[in-house]
Design a protein around this ligand. Structure first.
Ligand code: C5P
Length: 222
C-alpha cells in the first residue's frame, strides 16, 4: 500500500499529541492517540478490579473491551464499550494505573493489532511509545520527542489544573517521572528511540516550530 504513516514517540507529556494533532490537521491525515487506548483499558481494569497477575482475567477483560475513536476536529474522542471516556481517562487515577496495565503483554498484543489495522490503508499520524519500533517499524517518518522534565510537568499542570484544582505540580512531576521510568524499563516493547527516528527536543521550541520541523520531514519524502 502507498499510504503514509507518521510515527511520533517519546516521553510522557512532552507534546506528542499537540504536534501529532497539528500535523494531521495540516496534512489531512487521521490522528490516532494510542495512549488513549491504553488509558481506556486501564480505566476498565480499575472499574472492574482486574487482577494484573491473573492471565485468565486479563484475557477475559480484553475480550470485553471495545474501543472506538470518533475523531471529530482532531481531538481524541474515545469510547469504551460505547461510553464516552475521553475526559475520565485524563484523570489521576487512570494516569497512575496506566503504566502497569500497558506493561502487560496481552494488553500490548491486542492494542498493537488494532493500531496496525488503523494504519493499513490510510494516511495517519499516530503518537505513543512504541509506534516507530513495534507498531509501524516501516513508517517512513519517525519522530522521537523529548523535553526537560520540569518543563513537561509545568505544561501538563497548566493544561489540567483548571479542571483539576487539587492536583499539584509536584504530583504531576512525580507521575511523569514514574511513567518514564516504567515505560523505559518494562520488558514488553519499552520506550526506546527507533534507530531511524529523528530526535525532536522541544524544551525551547514553540508548537509552530515543531510543526514546521515535522512538515519538513514529511515533505522530504517526495
Ligand atoms: O500518551 P499517554 O501519556 O497518554 O500514554 C499513557 C500511557 O500509556 C503511557 O505512560 C504508557 O504507559 C502507555 N502507552 C504505551 N504505548 C503507547 C502509548 C501509551 O505503553 N504506544
Amino acid at each position: 500500500s502507498n499510504n503514509i504513516v507518521v510515527a511520533i514517540d517519546g516521553y510522557s507529556s512532552c507534546g506528542k499529541s499537540t504536534l501529532a494533532k497539528a500535523l494531521a490537521k495540516k496534512l489531512h491525515y487521521i490522528y490516532v492517540d494510542s495512549g488513549a487506548m491504553y488509558r481506556a483499558v486501564a480505566l476498565y481494569f480499575l472499574r472492574n478490579n482486574i487482577d494484573t497477575h491473573n492471565h485468565a482475567q486479563i484475557e477475559e477483560a480484553l475480550n470485553n473491551i471495545h474501543l472506538n475513536f470518533h475523531s471529530r476536529d482532531y481531538e481524541t474522542h474515545i469510547t469504551l464499550n460505547d461510553e464516552e471516556v475521553s475526559e475520565e481517562i485524563r484523570q489521576m487515577p487512570v494516569s497512575e494505573k496506566v503504566s502497569e496495565v500497558s506493561a502487560l503483554k496481552e494488553v500490548r498484543r491486542e492494542m498493537v493489532k488494532q493500531q496496525q489495522r488503523m494504519g493499513k490503508s490510510k494516511n495517519i499520524v499516530m503518537d505513543g511509545r512504541d509506534i516507530g519500533t513495534a507498531v509501524f517499524p516501516d513508517a517512513p517518518v519517525k519522530i522521537f520527542m523529548t523535553a526537560d522534565p520540569a518543563v513537561r510537568a509545568q505544561r501538563r499542570y497548566d493544561e489540567i489544573h483548571l479542571k483539576n484544582p487539587d492536583v499539584t505540580l509536584e504530583e504531576i512531576f512525580e507521575n511523569i517521572a514514574h511513567r518514564d521510568y516504567q515505560d523505559t524499563t518494562r520488558e514488553e516493547s519499552p520506550l526506546v528511540r527507533a534507530k531511524d527516528a529523528i530526535v525532536l527536543d522541544n524544551t525551547n521550541l514553540t508548537p509552530d516550530e515543531q510543526l514546521q520541523f515535522a512538515l519538513d520531514k514529511v515533505e522530504g519524502l517526495k
